[in-house]
Each structure stands twice: as C-alpha cells, then as structure tokens.
Design a protein around this ligand. Structure first.
Ligand SMILES: Cc1cc2nc3c(=O)[nH]c(=O)nc-3n(C[C@H](O)[C@H](O)[C@H](O)COP(=O)(O)OP(=O)(O)OC[C@H]3O[C@@H](n4cnc5c(N)ncnc54)[C@H](O)[C@@H]3O)c2cc1C
Length: 268
C-alpha cells in the first residue's frame, strides 16, 4: 500500500515550525522510521507533514556539568558513534546497539523515539531509568518534564499541541546496565531492563512490560537479588504477546534482573 496524499513543508526556523504544526491535520516528521510505515499501512493520514530535520536548534550532543543534553534530531547512528554518549551516558550507548538495523539507525532520531513512546522501545526505558528531563518547546517557550511524568499511556505522552520535543537531558550516573531479550538482534524487545545505580540507590525500568516503560519501585528498594526478584511480581504485570505469556515475560524480567544485579549492587 502507498501512503495517502499529504502536503509537505520543511521549516527553516523553530518559529516557522510552530506556525506549521498548529495547522489542522499537521504532524511532525523527524526520521520518518515509524511515521512513514504507519502512513504506508494507512494507520495515519495527516494532511501536512512538517519535516523538522532542517532545524539546527534540535541537533547536537552537549556535555554539561551534571548531565548530557542530546538534541532531539540526533540519530541513533550518531548516538552510537558519540564519544560523549559513551562517556557520560553509557546506558544509552549500550541501548542503542539493540535498536533495529543500520538503515533505520541512520535516520531514526532520539526525539522521534521518545515522542512516539513505544513501550517496547529502548530510549523511553533509558529515559525513565535515568529520570531524564524531556525538553518541550512551544511558542510560549520551554517546558521541562521529568521522564517519570512524561510517559502517560500507550503511545501517549505529555507533549501538548503546538509543542516540539527539542532535547533530552540525561543525568550522569555512576553505574548502569542495559539488557534485553529479543527474538533476533534488532527486533523490538520481548522484555528489557534499563538499570542505574548511585549512592541514592537503584532505579530499574523495564521495557516491553506494560503500556509505558515501567519503573520497578519495589524491586529497586530490595537489598538481595532474591527479595528483588520476588518484589518484581508486584511491580510488573507484563502484557502477553503473540509468543510469550505474561508469566513467561515476568520470568524473563527476573532473569535480566539477576544478570544486572551484581553491577548495580557494587559498593559506592
Ligand atoms: C523495521 C523497524 C524496526 C525498528 N526497530 C526498533 C527497535 O528495535 N527499537 C526502537 O526503539 N525503535 C525501533 N524502530 C523505530 C525507530 O527507532 C524510529 O526511528 C523511532 O521510533 C522514531 O524516530 P523517527 O525519528 O524515525 O520519528 P518519526 O517516524 O519521524 O516520528 C515518530 C512520531 O514522533 C513524532 N515526532 C518525531 N519527532 C518529534 C519531535 N521532535 N517532537 C515531537 N514529536 C515528534 C512524529 O510526529 C510521529 O508521531 C524500528 C523501526 C522500523 C521501521
């Protein structure tokens, strides 16, 4: 199938982009790696695609004293190759290797993935584990939302009409682990774990485990692996998929937790 007809505009400034995305039926186009397939499958029929890839304000990866700011248009491939990401956000550096295949990684963007909020995607779970700050910009200025409050439901976020996700700021943490199980490398995860730890404790976020990335608050507080695995049953009620029951996914989540535990539990 082919995409339904649509108009196309490529703004040269944020101001022009805001004017365009407020038009009826307008939709932001970034890397197009999720939006274009959904058009081709006729799951979406926007009247106007606003291609934001010319906006330099949304590009660049910039280390700051306590965080790493990653522009929304940074592609998966740029993140994969970035020395700043490897040094300051190793969780993301690990996670990006699991995203799709090179052709998709060359075009897909961080902003597109976080805005789409697929619960099986890698970046949303990383953002949740790190409690990243999601930067949203509209005509009235900038709004900063913590990842904990950003993901609202299945493919649903706190982005308001007229806003563009411009960047994510990832706090630097001492230790992190990213693990996932997928049928083939590059497929969306069956289940995955983004975990971080510092002096204040652990934050464990699971992907493929609910309608949004799921923070395992009970398991994060436990001191032993056995208690944490037991507590995971209170944190997660993963939806079954075509091949795996909910119980299987919970079991796999416990397996990932056991693999991550030692790294996240080293003394500070
Ligand atoms: C075969 C295949 C396999 C894939 N496998 C994986 C995988 O394993 N893991 C994974 O995480 N992803 C996977 N993806 C998706 C891929 O990572 C996409 O790149 C990503 O989900 C969306 O990024 P994009 O830049 O392409 O966004 P687009 O497709 O351009 O946009 C996606 C959505 O976000 C909105 N949007 C985009 N940018 C912004 C912004 N800055 N502000 C506000 N809204 C915005 C758009 O309006 C649209 O609704 C796969 C895709 C394909 C086709």
């Amino acid at each position: 199938m082919k995409a339904p007809p649509f108009a196309y505009a490529k703004p040269k400034s944020l101001a022009e982009a805001f004017e365009l995305i407020e038009r009826p039926g307008a939709r932001i186009l970034a890397g197009g790696q999720s939006l274009i397939p959904s058009l081709n499958m006729r799951l979406a029929s926007p009247e106007l695609l606003v291609d934001i890839t010319g906006l330099n304000e949304l590009k660049g990866i910039e280390p700051r004293p306590a965080s790493l700011r990653i522009g929304a248009l940074s592609t998966h491939a740029e993140i994969e190759k970035s020395e700043a990401v490897a040094k300051h956000a190793p969780l993301l550096a690990e996670a990006v290797k699991h995203i799709a295949h090179p052709a998709i990684r060359n075009r897909g963007t961080l902003g597109g993935s976080i805005a789409l909020a697929d619960p099986a995607a890698e970046y949303p779970a990383c953002a949740m584990a790190l409690n990243a700050t999601i930067v949203l910009t509209g005509r009235r200025g900038e709004r900063r939302v913590s990842a904990t409050h950003f993901f609202k439901g299945l493919f649903e976020t706190d982005i308001r009409p007229g806003e563009i996700l411009t960047a994510a700021e990832l706090p630097k943490v001492e230790r992190s682990v990213f693990l996932e199980l997928a049928r083939r490398h590059g497929d969306y995860a069956i289940i995955g774990l983004a975990g971080v730890a510092d002096a204040s404790g652990k934050r464990l976020a699971f992907l493929g485990a609910g309608a949004t990335p799921v923070l395992a608050l009970h398991a994060s507080r436990e001191k032993s692996l056995e208690d944490a695995q037991r507590a995971l049953g209170r944190d997660l009620d993963p939806p079954a998929d075509l091949y795996h029951s909910s119980a299987t996914k919970l079991h796999l989540a416990k397996v990932l937790l056991s693999r991550a535990w030692n790294t996240l539990s080293k003394p500070h």
